[in-house]
Write a protein that binds this ligand. Structure first.
Ligand SMILES: NC(=O)c1ccc[n+]([C@@H]2O[C@H](COP(=O)([O-])OP(=O)(O)OC[C@H]3O[C@@H](n4cnc5c(N)ncnc54)[C@H](O)[C@@H]3O)[C@@H](O)[C@H]2O)c1
Ligand SMILES: O=c1ccn([C@@H]2O[C@H](COP(=O)(O)OP(=O)(O)O[C@H]3O[C@H](CO)[C@@H](O)[C@H](O)[C@H]3O)[C@@H](O)[C@H]2O)c(=O)[nH]1
Length: 481
């Protein structure tokens, strides 16, 4: 029986391995992690991550050919194929701080593989890594090999959170990069045969190692760039009276451009886009390609601009001060259908409002109070470390904040309401009831364009929707970003 071990039981390792276990009953899959709490959660009825459809698959396979364990060394030593899906945070200190990927966790995983292995292994990069990481890993493994042979493959993951199971069952493509040698090709074939159990052959792309590593960073850069492009247009729409949804539709119907990923928003979030682009920028700079790096850096600058533009619009609309005013926040996750808050735009918006002395009342159907307090008290990039190694949160430093378990409670006696995640339930709230419970004038700032602005205006709200023609009220109070 082929044995697979995945180091890292996170958002990628957990769902990916669960799907491999489901689709390949003849393979034994062990997912291992240094975080005891995470492994306990994977072995319980409350999985550590919320992902639609994940519970069913885990319940079907756990204990049969899918195991979660903290016995990292045992499972690695027994495996034929070792996936590495550990954190690759942005460095916060030293060379490349603020941009380069920190490969500490990757390197320690590689050294551990070298220490405990007693048989030949295929080591698969599942984490998103800088181009040429495979070479570094190869060196660590071969210099400590004790005669064992290793083949390194790059098999970046393209799943998006909230739709991870769908993406894994039916991927646009699976990418496998390997060495162009006989042993390299054999390793690629071995991994290909795993995915071929459910992915059509033509969707399994095989490339050299560096193309696979770079394609992951490139794909995320292209996706994020589309959002920054439409968000840049949204500012221009507000200034000119154009409607960004109409512009996106008109642009996206050009088959060369395509209609997906053109929704204007308060900004993109998530654990990957910013981190991967910073990583890309650093690689460009290291290769002397300053202009190329600057081009991609602009995608992040526009994203930061979009978040601060939203806060400025809100504050300036409310008579240039939110000091002591209650603002209801609807949604904190970085997108709907996930409880993940990593790099969510809600963090920057809430910090901006707290900085202006607003009192916040936050509601999100999937995010806990503890997580929100952690996020608002954490330093930039600290989130991307195994949880037990993160600096302890200092929630006491986050004042002026309440986390509530109901949208109506968040809105009660508020002066303004912000929609920061596009949860479906925000479309169907009783906005008349909300209006009646708020101070007047009552404002709604829709950072996701989910509310029916016209209906809300009829009720009496002053509404700001990203990239839409402005209310007369807002026109008279221009936002200075
Ligand atoms: N989240 C996504 O949607 C997504 C998608 C594609 C790629 N990626 C990439 O995949 C990688 C993992 O991302 P994630 O979101 O799953 O992160 P995560 O933080 O959810 O999971 C990483 C896990 O690795 C564990 N870990 C760290 N070092 C370890 C070690 N030495 N031994 C054992 N376990 C260790 C941590 O405890 C943690 O549970 C990152 O490189 C990320 O950029 C993420
Ligand atoms: O038109 C859009 C589409 C998305 N977003 C925002 O962009 C962010 C990222 O969304 P999405 O890409 O759907 O989620 P992720 O889980 O971050 O997935 C991205 O990052 C993963 C990690 O690398 C990749 O594997 C995926 O392919 C890539 O889509 C979220 O804040 C969304 O709200 C918009 O603002 N407008």
């Amino acid at each position: 029986m082929v044995k697979i071990c995945c180091i890292g039981a996170g958002y990628v390792g957990g769902p990916t391995m669960a799907v491999i276990a489901l689709k390949c009953p003849s393979i034994e899959v062990a997912v291992v992690d240094i975080s005891v709490a995470r492994i306990q959660a994977w072995n319980s009825s409350e999985l550590p991550i919320y992902e639609p459809g994940l519970d069913e698959v885990v319940n079907q396979c756990r204990g049969k050919n899918l195991f979660f364990s903290t016995d990292v060394e045992k499972h690695v030593s027994e495996a034929d194929i070792v996936f590495v899906s550990v954190n690759t945070p942005t460095k916060t200190r030293g060379l490349g701080a603020g941009k380069a990927a920190d490969l500490t966790y990757w390197e320690s995983a590689a050294r551990m593989i070298a220490d405990v292995s007693k048989s030949d292994k295929i080591v698969v990069e599942k984490s998103t890594v800088p181009v040429k990481t495979a070479e570094a890993i190869e060196r660590i493994l071969t210099h400590n090999s004790k005669g064992i042979s290793y083949q390194i493959l790059s098999n970046p993951e393209f799943l998006a959170e909230g739709t991870a199971m769908k993406d894994l069952f039916n991927p646009d493509r699976v990418l496998i990069g390997g060495r162009e040698t006989a042993e390299g090709r054999k390793a690629v074939e071995a991994l290909k045969s795993v995915y071929a159990q459910w992915v059509p052959q033509e969707r399994i792309l095989c490339t050299n190692l560096w193309s696979a590593e770079l394609s992951k960073l490139a794909a995320n850069a292209f996706l994020a760039q589309r959002i920054s492009s439409v968000n840049a247009m949204s500012a221009l729409c507000e200034a000119t009276g154009a409607d960004v949804s109409q512009v996106s539709h008109a642009v996206g119907t050009d088959s060369r451009i395509g209609s997906k990923f053109l929704n204007a928003s308060v900004g993109f979030g998530g654990s990957c886009f910013q981190k991967d682009i910073l990583n890309l920028v650093y690689i460009c700079e290291c290769n002397g390609l300053t202009e190329v790096g600057n081009y991609w850096k602009q995608v992040i600058k526009v994203n930061d601009y979009q978040k601060s533009r939203f806060v400025n619009r809100l504050v300036s609309s409310m008579f240039n001060t939110v000091s002591g005013k209650k603002i209801g926040i609807l949604g904190f996750a970085f997108k709907k259908d996930t409880g993940d808050t990593r790099e969510t735009p809600a963090i920057d918006v809430c910090k901006g409002l707290i900085g202006d002395k607003a009192h916040l009342s936050i509601y999100d159907p999937q995010v806990t109070e503890d997580q929100i307090l952690r996020d608002l008290s954490m330093n930039k990039f600290d989130w991307d470390h195994p949880i037990h190694l993160q600096p302890p949160p200092s929630p006491a430093s986050v004042k002026q904040l309440r986390v509530v378990w109901d949208a109506y409670e968040a809105a009660k006696e508020a002066h303004g309401l912000c929609v920061l995640t596009e949860w479906d339930e925000f479309k169907t709230l009783d906005y008349k009831r909300i209006f009646d419970s708020m101070h007047k004038p009552a404002f709604v700032f829709d950072g996701r364009n989910v509310v029916d602005a016209e209906k809300l205006r009829e009720i009496g709200f002053i509404v700001y929707s990203i990239g839409k023609p402005l209310d007369p009220w807002l026109k008279d109070m221009p936002a200075v970003a």
